[in-house]
Design a protein around this ligand. Structure first.
Ligand code: MSP
Length: 650
């Protein structure tokens, strides 16, 4: 059997619906799982729900439900969210599962039998929202140091776990395995915490009953964190399936938020030591997603609902933003504006536009079929080398859990390919018979880079990978590809591409940003003012401009490839036009003169360098030319099919 990879998310409390902060960890885990599958490994990706404890029992009671009825409903919403985010876990563990009860009771029993659990009396403080015991000296202004909420005094008979006994062994393990706690800053924090002394941990409760019964004592339930942490072993086969456990345990990575590092790097490894099981290879503590620089949380009322965002933008912009924008390990701000900007720049402009413009060119020059490449020039070798380096670097960066850096690296390749288009100017090569072979090489290389890019991004933005793949028209299904397929030259000449809609239309946002879009009538006024500065007074008065003024306008031929009406605007039509090396959207006041169908395929003339404006919320990137007679008849300025889109008009 080959290599295997076991990755986990925390199991989430069903105390409420999940927000975008929770989606963050799970998106990372899903991407890692997909990536390691792509590397050819046998992968196990586990997520789930942490259903017991005082907090859940209280929340259910407040809503007049039994804990089980309440959690069943919330857990169903977790699964819906993961589906909407295109998260493909291998197992979803619920701590209310029967298999988990047995595992937790067995862990408790074994540790008790070893003499590391003993009975005593607990008297101290407890934070219910965090399900954490505290000593007075650790409180901040009398409140929980983690969440800032009031703590409660608890007095009850309890069983204790001898954690202190294992402190030195744990410190030694941390020192011997630098990869165990990541990133480095968290490792230091944890080491200091352990060196400050470890108290024995209270591991049972008696004042409520929504939990796993303690096997050796009536009326006691197992402390929710002791129960929850064990989920990682349960799903791997503990205690009954030793063969399965030997295959999957220890986990490769537990991904957790920084505030629950203590549980995962102190309590959890000590439970495992007491049990005689191996410790996980890495616990990675990531930062928080902040909203206006504050932690997003239900109690602060600043949560972002992922469902609404997915419904509006699709899951990939969100996945991409979370993975690319936030340095994995550090806190990062979430704003819709930043999400839209990222999507427009990286997905719509860089990635989407590259695909669309190159497919348009290939359609024109080669009937959409991938040509066989000819002789290689230096610029081609550079592109190819960058593609090869990008594949290798991505493997290394993901191994180091530097996901945002890996995506930045992949986008350097996309950026290089866009520049390669401009440098090689396929539209010029297409004009001469003598440069056909060169054109073939350039087009092949461009599509080969995009094939490799689809392979590299499919673990992070899976649907996008699929959509690129579909438009490339490659027969082999993307799901069956492996990392070895990224080797240069895998694209078969003759492959018939399938040009479709742009994979990421630009998202419009300027509306909510008053300064971002100029008023529709501002641009012409500004232009008139500028020409006044150079034209003599009389000419200006007569409305005469110099050739240098006319030359400022870039007029080109555009082919209408799509047209539709604009909602709530009976005069406007929205057109998608091909101007040779790119596609643009133009909004024009011609709906009362043309139906959308009448425009398809027409070659019109547009002002290419007019400042973009928004009309009724739709972005217009240019203006079309039309003549209007005194009776109001309007006709577009058109040219015949003999003039290619992109041709200049003077
Ligand atoms: N049930 C425990 C985990 C038990 S694991 C054995 C728990 N659940 S939780 O639902 O409160 O949080 C789960 C995870 O979500 C934590 O890793 C936490 O850091 C993460 N996040 C919650 N809010 C977050 C942000 N605003 N940003 C990033 N992560 C967020 O703790």
């Amino acid at each position: 059997m080959g290599e295997r990879f076991y990755v986990t998310t925390p199991i989430y409390y069903p105390s409420d619906r999940l927000h975008i902060g929770h989606a963050y960890t799970t998106t990372v885990a899903d991407s890692l799982a997909r990536w390691h599958k792509f590397l050819g490994k046998d992968v196990f990706f586990l997520t789930g729900s942490d259903e017991h404890g005082q907090k859940i029992q209280r929340t259910a009671a407040e809503r007049g439900l039994t804990p089980k009825a309440y959690v069943d409903d919330v857990v169903a919403s977790f699964k819906e969210l993961w589906q909407a985010l295109n998260v493909q876990y291998d197992d979803f563990i619920r701590t209310s599962d029967e298999r988990h009860h047995r595992a937790v009771q067995e862990v408790f029993q074994r540790i008790y039998d070893n003499g590391d659990i003993y009975k005593s009396q607990y008297e101290g403080l407890y934070c219910v929202p965090c399900e954490t015991f505290w000593v007075e000296s650790k409180l901040v202004e009398g409140n929980c140091p983690d969440c800032g909420r009031p703590v409660e005094l608890v007095q009850e008979e309890s069983y204790f776990f001898r954690m202190g006994k294992y402190a030195d062994r744990l410190l030694q393990h941390i020192e011997d395995h630098p990869e165990f706690i990541q990133p480095e800053t968290r490792r230091k924090e944890m080491v200091n915490f352990i060196k400050g002394g470890l108290d024995d941990l209270c591991v049972t409760r008696t004042t409520f009953d929504w939990g796993i019964p303690v096997p050796i004592a009536e009326n006691h339930v197992i402390y929710v964190w002791f129960d929850a942490l064990t989920n990682y072993l349960t799903a791997a086969g503990f205690p009954d399936d030793r063969q399965r456990l030997d295959k999957w345990w220890p986990a490769d990575v537990h991904l957790v938020g920084k505030e629950i590092m203590r549980f995962h790097t102190i309590i959890w490894p000590i439970i495992l030591m007491a049990l005689g099981e191996k410790l996980p290879k890495t616990v990675f503590g990531h930062g928080w997603l902040l909203f206006d620089s504050d932690k997003m949380s239900k109690s602060k009322g600043n949560v972002v609902d992922p469902h609404a965002l997915i419904a509006e933008l699709g899951e990939d912009p969100i996945r991409y933003f979370l993975l690319r924008e936030i340095s994995f390990g550090q806190d990062g701000n979430f704003t819709k504006k930043a999400l839209v900007e990222r999507t427009n720049s990286d997905l719509a402009n860089d990635l989407g536009n590259l695909l669309h413009r190159t497919l348009s060119m290939l359609g024109k020059y080669h009937g959409g079929a991938i040509p066989a490449p000819g002789a290689e020039e230096t610029i081609d070798r550079e592109l190819k080398t960058l593609a090869e380096e990008t594949c290798q670097r991505t493997v290394e960066l993901i191994d180091d859990l530097k996901i945002n850096d890996a995506l930045a690296q992949i986008w350097r390749l996309v950026g290089r390919a866009n520049k390669y288009v401009d440098e090689c100017a396929p539209w010029s090569l297409a004009k001469e018979e003598s440069t056909q072979e060169r054109l073939n090489t350039v087009m092949y290389n461009l599509f080969e880079v995009q094939r490799i890019t689809a392979l590299l991004v499919k673990s992070f933005i899976p649907r996008t990978g699929e959509r690129i793949w579909e438009q490339l028209g490659i027969e082999q299904t993307l799901a069956n590809t492996q990392f070895s397929d990224t080797a240069w030259g895998g694209l078969r000449p003759g492959t018939q591409t399938q040009k479709g809609d742009p994979i990421f239309p630009r998202i419009e946002w300027a509306e909510e940003e008053p300064d971002a879009a100029p008023e529709p009538d501002k641009a012409p006024k500004a232009a008139a003012k500028e020409s006044a500065a150079v034209a003599p007074k009389e000419e200006e008065d007569a409305g005469i401009v110099g050739i240098e003024d006319f030359a400022k306008l870039n007029l080109v031929v555009a082919e209408v490839i799509a047209a539709e009406s604009v909602k709530k605007a009976d005069k406007l039509l929205k057109l998608q036009v091909d101007i040779g090396d790119e596609q643009r959207q133009i909004v024009a006041g011609i709906a009362q003169h043309y139906t959308p169908d009448q425009l398809l395929g027409r070659r019109i003339v547009i002002v290419k360098n007019l400042k973009p404006v928004k009309l009724r919320g739709e972005l217009s990137q240019g203006m079309l030319l039309a003549a209007t007679s005194s009776d109001g008849t309007l006709e577009l300025v058109t040219v015949s099919d003999a003039i290619a889109p992109g041709s200049g008009v003077k």
